[in-house]
Design a protein around this ligand. Structure first.
Ligand code: URA
Length: 435
């Protein structure tokens, strides 16, 4: 087999066999196929696409390129959840304990944040003492005992995806549905869950700018799951504005705790319950989404979900009292209000701009190994559709000091808000479901 023939075949619109795709991925990982050939292949896929069988074969080849987690030591149906990424997305911190409270084992591997979207691992590490590196035995035993553990991804999972993603990033081939779908699903499959629930974001703060595009991506991922024997469901949710009101690691943990207390923002609570309901049905703990939602609302109201969060924090080295005392989380020394210059209605909030503003404060990292400041970030006071008067506080900046960086962030926030004279209708948060 030769890479050039495979590129030629795809360039001319042919379908690649499973052997050809394995040959490419193996050769690329071992350094036998150079970047320039893989780039040409990625561009051919970008223009010619791949059918469902090819996409599933590519996904499996990538999933098998490194460590694969065997979760069979954990009892029960393991259901994983993945979000395509968004600003203020702290759903894992809520969904994990909520689903675990329903008796579904949650063995979660999460990533660190890069760029303007945050990672669950960074958020949890903002709790003093919280350890996200566990041995395999500790991880399995904690899930079997407490029903829930969250760890960082193993260094050698899906190396093919790491390499290919970096290449796509610099060859204008990121926005290809089969390449995105196989990249995400290869990681989920390697992580070992029996069933997968996906939260596919759409809107200004997301990869997929329209609902139609998001549905095509969701369908591609659900098809892969079906092809490889993992039950998969996808929710399409709005990311035209940040989720909830908090952006920044400790601030998001606080908002997640508030939500587990039953006093969280409505959008965040609704999305978490909807995602959890799909997990509960796939995990076999309810026969319908309606039944699952009732169960989940009960777990929130009874405090059982919050108890699971406390148990998670305690088991991984943090102080569980953080669930009742926000003062135990890192606090930014300076809080600066961002004041509206004109009245009207909030028409738009550019999620990506706010994510970048939080990053400038130190809440995110621009490079893989950069240090982050857990305390800093933004809290929004007004969201899309809200009435605003000149002089009202739109948001607050939680900063290390009130110097140049904080004033730059204030300007960025003012730019991110669009205020209109007309009343604004709010688009629905949950847009569709693909199964
Ligand atoms: N997220 C991923 O993990 N991979 C992609 O290709 C795009 C988003």
């Amino acid at each position: 087999m030769r890479a050039v023939d495979i590129i030629h075949k795809k360039r001319n619109g042919g379908s690649l066999t499973s052997e050809e795709l394995s040959y490419l991925i193996r050769g690329y990982c071992h350094g036998d196929i150079p970047d320039y050939q893989m780039s040409a292949w990625a561009m051919a896929v970008f223009f010619r696409g791949m059918n469902a069988r090819e996409t599933a074969d590519l996904t499996l080849a990538m999933a098998q390129s490194g460590d694969q987690v065997d979760l069979s030591a954990i009892q029960g149906i393991k259901v994983d959840k993945h979000s395509t990424g968004g600003v203020g997305d702290k759903t894992t911190l809520i969904v994990g304990p909520l689903v675990a409270a329903c008796g579904i084992p949650v063995a979660k591997m999460s990533g660190k944040g890069l760029g303007h979207t945050g990672g669950t691992i960074d958020k949890l590490e903002s709790i003093a003492g919280f350890q996200t590196e566990l041995t395999k035995e500790q991880f399995f035993s904690q899930v079997n005992t407490n029903g829930l553990a969250v760890v960082g991804q193993s260094g050698n999972m899906t190396p093919a995806d790491k390499k290919l993603y970096a290449l796509r990033d610099v060859t204008a081939t990121v926005e290809s549905i089969p390449l995105i779908a196989s990249s995400i699903m290869s990681k989920k499959i390697a992580a070992g869950a029996d069933a997968i629930v996906l939260d596919v974001k759409t809107g200004s703060g997301a990869f997929m700018k329209t609902v139609d595009e998001a549905e095509v991506l969701a369908q591609a991922m659900v098809d892969i799951g079906t092809e490889v024997g993992r039950q998969t469901a996808a929710l399409i949710s709005d990311m035209d504005q940040p989720l909830g009101y908090a952006i920044g690691n400790a601030l998001e943990v606080q908002e997640a705790i508030d939500t587990l207390h039953g006093r969280g923002p409505e959008d965040l609570t609704r999305l978490c319950v909807a995602l959890s309901a799909h997990m509960v049905v796939l995990g076999g703990k309810a026969d319908s989404l309606e039944e699952a939602e009732l169960l989940l609302r009960d777990k929130l109201a009874s405090g059982e979900a919050l108890d699971k969060f406390r148990a998670l924090v305690a088991a991984q080295g943090g102080n569980p009292a953080v669930a009742d005392d926000p003062g135990l989380l890192p606090q930014a020394p300076v809080v600066i209000p961002v004041v509206a210059k004109q009245g009207g209605y909030v028409q738009r909030i550019d999620a990506e701009k706010l994510g970048l503003a939080a990053m400038v404060l130190g809440a995110g990292r621009a490079t893989k190994d950069a240090a982050i400041d857990y305390a800093v970030g933004l809290t929004l006071r007004l969201k899309v559709g809200d009435r605003v008067h000149a002089g009202d506080t739109l948001a607050a900046v939680h900063a290390r000091s009130d110097g140049d960086i904080a004033s730059q962030v204030v300007s960025r926030i003012l730019e991110a808000y669009t205020i209109s004279d007309q009343e604004v209708s709010v688009s629905p948060l949950l847009l569709s479901v693909v199964t």
